[in-house]
Write a protein that binds this ligand. Structure first.
Ligand code: FE
Ligand code: FE
Ligand code: ZN
Length: 280
């Protein structure tokens, strides 16, 4: 079953996101629980959430994916920034308990000069502090492109964080694979998809892969840049991305577009993907 959607604005609430998704023929979506810069979150409106939950059930939606604010950096050199990450992370996870059995995605962070070896224990420490809040949510580390001092651009780094976390059962802690990011990080999912997924399985475990960000890239393979492009307009190309979503390891996961589009553009991309998804 193809679960396909895109990033949506949460400003009008959950039911509104569900309705917008349906309008563009999506059956999942991604959203922020608060301003992406990390400001205060609105209180959860129980009525709105319940209306969304029955709407999602009625329309057979897949799991939805909350994205942590971009300012959340669990491995900052600066203690205050790490404390902020801990607070926001825990608070977001508490909110997600109102929407059980969904997903929460975060960037492992940027070590800003202190090195990966110092960063990983800091990320693990914060995970250990907040994971208790995620009783009904699967927390996902996003695969990163490796721009600047980003942690999490190799499968090994992600595996190390996961293996060191105290609460790390595969249904509680996993990975969201971003196609633009992994391609920029040097994983050739266009020409060597089977090999890359075999590496993922050996190093992290495919049982930990819970979600996909589907993006083309403005920059070339192995560029260590992070510039999303519309599907088919970038270095990954439409054919390869269609092969990707049809792969047995990918085809039943929730897939969200983060391409530079308005709703109309997303609707077109979703239509193209649906038309090229093999139903069997
Ligand atoms: Fe992201
Ligand atoms: Fe992403
Ligand atoms: Zn990105």
């Amino acid at each position: 079953m193809l679960y396909i959607g895109c990033h949506l604005s949460s400003s009008a609430g959950f039911k509104a996101m569900g309705e917008t998704a349906l309008k563009i023929n999506a059956n999942t979506f991604q959203f922020f629980l608060r301003n992406p810069r990390g400001g205060a979150a609105k209180d959860i409106d129980k009525k709105d959430v319940d209306a969304f939950l029955s709407f999602a059930k009625e329309h057979c939606f897949g799991k939805i994916l909350a994205h942590a604010p971009y300012t959340l950096n669990p491995c900052s050199k600066d203690l205050k920034t790490r404390e902020f990450a801990r607070e926001v992370f825990a608070d977001d996870l508490k909110r997600m308990e109102n929407l059980p059995n969904n997903l929460y995605n975060f960037h492992p962070g940027s070590h800003v000069g202190q090195g990966v070896a110092a960063a990983i224990p800091q990320i693990v420490e914060i995970l250990d502090d907040v994971m208790g809040e995620a009783k009904h949510t699967t927390v996902l580390l996003e695969t990163m492109s490796g721009k600047g001092s980003e942690v999490g651009s190799t499968f090994e780094e992600l595996a190390e964080i996961i293996s060191k976390a105290k609460i790390n059962a595969p249904e509680r802690l996993g990975v969201c694979l971003d196609t633009c990011h992994v391609f920029s990080a040097g994983y050739d999912i266009i020409n060597r998809l089977d090999d890359v997924l075999a590496d993922f399985d050996r190093i992290i475990g495919l049982n930990r892969l819970h979600a996909i960000h589907l993006n083309d890239s403005m920059t070339e393979f192995n560029s260590h840049k992070d510039r999303h492009e519309k599907l088919g307009k970038g270095s990954l190309g439409q054919e390869g991305l269609i092969r990707f979503i049809n792969h047995p390891a990918i085809r039943n996961l929730p897939i969200n577009l983060e391409t530079p589009n308005e709703l109309e553009g997303y609707a077109e991309e979703i239509a193209t993907l649906r038309a090229n998804y093999q139903n069997f």
